[in-house]
Each structure stands twice: as C-alpha cells, then as structure tokens.
Ligand binder design. Structure first.
Ligand code: GLC
Length: 659
C-alpha cells in the first residue's frame, strides 16, 4: 500500500507515474515528522537499504548521506554525496518494515545512526515536498510497490549487454581502430567502443573534429558492419563561441540557465566558458534532445550523458575571489598557517562551488526558480531530454543511453554509470554494494568503470574486477587520460581475459532474461542476500549478491587471493569457470565454505533446484545463438526464460517460456 503526504506546494519532479491521493493523516509521519525532520529509532538490528548508489555499504546504517548531486571524483569512505540523489529507502527492524520515498529535489541529509547511534534522522531543506510511505509483507513487495509508483525502467538494446571498451584519450580514428583491431586480433568479445570528449571539436556538443575523424560517418558504418557500435559522450555545458549553432540558438531562444540578472549563466567546463541548457524547461529539453539527431543521422545508436550535476570547474566569481585572496595576502608579513589555508582554499573551493549554484536560475515553464530548489533534477532532465527526443527520432529501434547524474524518474529514460571511481580494490567492493540500492530505486542498466577510472589498474585487479562485472548489465572498461592503459589486451595473460569475456557472452541469455523480467515485473536484478534469506548471517552479508532469481555470486575484491570464504544460506550448486567453460560443478551444503578460485577462475552458485541458460561462446552479441542454449544447475527443474528480438521498443512478453 502507498500513502502520500504533501507539505506546501512541491515542485513537480515527474518522478512518479501513479496518481495517489494525498492523505491528511499518516500515523507514522504524525509521530516522526517535525519541522522537515524525520526521526526514527534504530538499533543494531535495524537495516536501512536503498538511497541508490550512495557511498558505503548495502546496509546504510552507521553513516550520513546527503542527496546532492556532486561531481566528486574521489570516492573515499568519508564522502557523503556522489553524483546522484535517490531518495528511496526501506527501514527494517525486529518490529517493522516499510519504504519511504521523499520526492523533493533539494538537499536532503540522512544521518543513519551516525551522530546518535540510536537515531536515524532525515532533514529536508525545504518546506515543500511529498513523502510516500510504502508498506508490504516484505522488502521485495515494498520495492515492487515502489517501482510500480515510479514506472517502468529503461530497456537498452540487447547488444548493450555485450562488453564495451572506453578511455578518455582515444584521440582519433587511428586510436579507435587500434582498439577495435586489438580486440579482434586477440579474439576478445566486443560490442561497443566509447568516444570520450576527444571526438568533438574543442569539446563542443554535436560536433565532430574532422581532423581527427575525417570521415566520421563512414567510420561509424565500417565499425558497425562488424557489429561494434561507437558510443559518443555528450556533456551538459555548451561552449560559448560565436557562430556555434547550439550556442547561438540557445541564446536566441533563451534556453540556457540564467544568472541573477537574467543573462545566460556562465560557468567553465571542458570547453572553457559555457552556458548550461535549462533542462528544467520543457521547450529547452525538446530543443537540446533534438540535437542528438546530428549524431543519429551519422549512424550513432547510443550516448552517455556527462557532467550533468552540473559540474562547474570554475566561474569568473571564483577566479576573482582567488585573485583577491592572493592580493590580500601578497604584502602581508607573517603569513600564518590559517592564512595559508585560507588562500589555498580559495583555489581548491573553486569547482562546484555552492555560491555558483546559488546564482543559477531556471525557467520552469514560466516560473523562475533558483537552482538550489531543483539542483538534483538537472542531470535527470538532461537524460530525459535525450530519452524523449531520441524516442521521437528513433520510434522503433531502442537506443543506448546512460547518464552520470540521476534522480528517481530518470530511470525511465536511461541507465547510469557510477562516475569517476579509482583503480582501488575497495572500489570493486563499493561497486558490488552500489548495485542493490540502485535497483531498488529503479536503475537497472548500471555498472561502474571497470578497472577503475583514475589510477593504474594492475593485472590481478582487472581480472577480479572483470569477474564481478561479468554480471553488471553495463560492462564497460573505462579509464582516465594519463593512467595506465587498461584495455584487456594490454596485460600479460590475454587468454585469461578473453576467457572471462567469453563467459559473459555465454551468460547473456540469462543476464538479459533476468534483466527483462526484473524490469517488466518491477523486481530487482541485483539483490542483497537478506532480501531472500532471513538467517542471522545472510542479513549481515555485504559482499555477496543474488543475480536474478537463480544465481548467487561472491566476488573476490582483494589482491593476492586464490579463493575466499563464501556463505551459502542454503544448499547450492557451485559452478566454477576457467578457460571459457565450466571446470567444476559440485553441490555444496548450506554454511561457510572456502571456495578456491585462482586468478583465472571464478565461481557462481546456482540456488537450490534452479537452473540457468548457458549459451555457446560468442565474440559479439549478434553471434549469440539464443535458440541453441544448454543449462547449468540442477536437473529436473525448469527455468522461466525470457527473450525477444532485443531491438524494438515494443516489448512482447510472448517469448517467456518455461524450459
Ligand atoms: C568525466 C567523466 C569521465 C570522462 C571525463 C572526460 O570525468 O566522468 O567518464 O572520461 O569526464 O570526458
């Protein structure tokens, strides 16, 4: 059951799709809501799940999280805000279980037993918001109910479940061709190569650098003929440059965000000085979304939307402040430590500065509103703009689309990646933990930069990361310019990498089937063990996941391991992969086991009396033979197998068969 509470006159977020009547009296809210703060009692047996891909563990207890979309590329343990803001959680303890969605795009802080160990406090920085209170028999029911409230999640083309290679720093056609050739030469599966900002002319959206890509359209086609897609990036900031059509049109039509004087707001991102399209305005959304046509007409079938928190590297205000600080101290004698810090901070605090966000204004179809009231809707609406218009441009064929920043509601238009992580072992674990909260909030086509974006990825880290990413719908190896090259062929044991990617392709019939069933039935593809098993150990496990209804995984996320302790909440069948195939199958009893997996091996566990489809090796999604599949797991059982043509927007469920 869903109850809706309203305070004041909230801004329309379009996060939900169901029309729920407002209840005047919701018992629980009467008790816990005071002055825009909700306070719940918690204890060591409380579990708070959700909040999208926020930092830290699956159970959010013990830390604070702030919903405020932030471009922060250093995801250390102490960070409270990452790129997204997703305000749905479930609280479960010995007495109760319920879900709550706070539908408001302002800053919201969740202090989950951190400041006070027995209090979970939520502070909403607004007098205008909706709160949905969701009940059900158990967490899965609550999530399902919530997901029906927010509408069906995005469905990518099936080829987007293949392996993708990306890197900031593939400068030209030759670099991209090298990647393609190396994957082919080494016989490693590949479906996508991503184009980062380097393909554009001076980082201008919807342009191609013709020196670097002299015949872009022909090149796109040539690669596409090999069933590999080029997926370009689109950034939120539009370069200020006379004669550049996107800039000129945006200014003329008044489609950019404004400053306090009503002039287009000026910030700086990759292209230098930019204006930001006002994605909160429906006409601006339509206008910008139609711009994707430029690339679609060149044969492009997918995009990734970036820098849409929006990220602001600096503004004139920040620069001025910095210089005036330097001036202030220039002639001062005895500069003290605090002075130095003060001066240093004027440099360090320049990007994504609150003062800059404070001075942005949006035109919400007639109503002028300060950015802070809608901050968390910006990235969502950039991707909505793309999603809605791309659908008009390509009404039949699905397109790939994912974003960095997000808010609930965006899940209907695209997937997300979890932003600029690091080549740190702890970020394999973080990625594992982020997946379940994202699924709860409707984000299904998800993944992290495989191998880590910043920093250098060693061979064993890449191997272990790849083993986990075998199960993420978005499986994209991406890294930053200047870091160690981490394409799979850059390492010594290329055969081992090939073999893992082979397993991904063999599992796509299962991954796609489970993905689609989860989307169509408002269920989760990634689940914590505690959503299915309620024994004392399962509820505390933070590093094992359920994938669909049949598989449990226990990824390795530490260096120098040859296995790990795995907890089986019930009898399961161990399937161990090596050399692109199964090397061991064994039924294991419920309980703890040390499962040996050398660097080039990995294991999955099939839940009792279940089986999964397992295809033949393919090097590209188009090569997968969906008709001739075998099964792994228990015998004398059935599997509900979903498949469709993988490409049309119209979804037919008639392909669900029990085999
Ligand atoms: C941002 C993105 C990253 C991209 C880089 C350059 O940091 O998050 O993925 O490679 O910008 O475009």
């Amino acid at each position: 059951m869903i109850l809706k509470y309203r305070k004041g006159s909230p801004i329309k977020t379009d996060s939900t799709v169901l029309n729920i009547e407002i209840s005047e009296n919701i018992d629980i809210l009467n008790k816990v809501l005071r002055d825009n703060t909700l306070t719940f009692e918690v204890n060591n047996n409380s579990f708070v799940y959700g909040l999208g891909g926020s930092n830290r563990g699956i159970n959010k207890m013990g830390y604070t999280y702030t919903s405020y979309c932030s471009d922060d590329p250093v995801h250390t343990e102490d960070k409270t805000s990452l790129y997204a803001a997703q305000n749905f959680f479930v609280l479960k303890d010995e007495e109760k279980v319920f879900g709550m969605f706070i539908d408001s795009p302002v800053k919201i802080t969740y202090d989950v037993g951190f400041t006070e160990i027995d209090k979970f406090t939520i502070n909403i920085e607004s007098d205008d918001y909706d709160i949905y209170y969701i009940t059900g028999k158990n967490i899965n029911e609550i999530v399902k109910e919530f997901r029906s409230l927010i509408g069906r999640s995005y469905i990518p083309p099936r080829w987007a479940f293949g392996y993708g290679q990306s890197r900031w720093g593939y400068f030209n056609e030759t670099d991209i061709r090298k990647v393609f050739d190396n994957y082919r030469k080494n016989n490693i599966g590949l479906d996508m190569i991503y184009l980062d900002i380097d393909y554009m002319e001076e980082f201008k959206d919807f342009t191609i650098n013709e020196e670097r890509f002299p015949n872009f359209e022909k090149f796109v086609k040539e690669i596409q003929d090999e069933n590999v897609r080029l997926i370009p990036i689109i950034d939120a900031g539009v370069k200020i440059e006379k004669g550049y059509d996107v800039y000129e049109e945006g200014v003329e039509k008044g489609y950019f965000c404004k400053d306090v004087d009503g002039k287009p707001f000026v910030g700086a991102v990759w292209p230098g000085l930019v204006h930001f399209p006002d994605f909160l305005n429906s006409k601006a959304r339509e206008w910008f979304g139609q711009k994707y046509k430029f690339l679609i007409d060149k044969g492009i079938e997918g995009f990734w939307n970036d820098m849409n928190e929006p990220a602001i590297f600096f503004t004139e205000r920040g620069i001025k402040k910095m210089f005036s600080k330097v001036e202030e101290y220039r002639n001062r004698e005895n500069i003290g430590v605090y002075d130095l810090w003060d001066m240093k901070n004027s440099f360090m605090d320049m990007d994504n500065a609150q003062e800059d966000y404070d001075s942005i204004y949006h035109d919400l179809d007639g109503e002028i509103i300060n950015h802070n009231k809608v901050h968390n809707l910006y990235g969502y609406n950039m991707t909505r703009s793309a999603g809605e218009e791309i659908e008009k441009l390509s009404p039949e064929k699905r397109m790939l689309l994912f974003s960095r920043s997000s808010f609930i509601g965006m899940h209907r238009y695209g997937g997300i990646w979890t932003g600029d992580n690091h080549s740190w072992w702890s970020h394999i674990l973080l990625s594992i933990q982020q997946m379940t909260g994202l699924n709860m909030c409707g984000f299904m086509y998800i993944g992290s930069d495989l191998g880590g974006f910043s920093g250098n990825c060693s061979e064993d880290m890449m191997m272990r990361w790849l083993q986990f990413a075998t199960f993420t719908p978005l499986m994209r190896n991406h890294s930053a310019i200047g870091t160690r090259e981490q394409e799979l062929y850059q390492y010594k044991n290329i055969d081992d990498f090939r073999n893992i990617v082979d397993i991904r392709y063999r599992l796509i019939p299962y991954i796609y089937s489970e993905y689609m069933k989860a989307v169509l039935n408002n269920e989760m593809y990634f689940k914590p063990l505690s959503f299915e098993y309620d024994d004392a150990i399962s509820t505390r496990i933070e590093d094992q996941l359920l994938i669909g209804n049949e598989i449990m995984i226990a990824p390795i996320y530490r260096p120098n391991q040859n296995g790990r302790v795995v907890y089986l909440p019930e009898e399961m069948k161990l399937i161990k992969f090596k050399d692109g195939d199964v090397i061991k199958e064994e039924i294991l009893e419920k309980g703890h086991h040390y499962i040996t997996t050398e660097l080039n091996e990995f294991a999955i566990f099939i839940r009792k009396d279940k089986k999964i489809p397992y295809g033949k090796i393919a090097k590209n999604e188009s090569e997968i033979d969906y008709e001739n599949i075998s099964f792994l797991g228990y015998e004398n059982t059935s599997y509900l197998y979903y498949n469709d043509n993988g490409i049309t927007r119209e979804i037919s469920e008639k392909y669900i068969i029990s085999i």
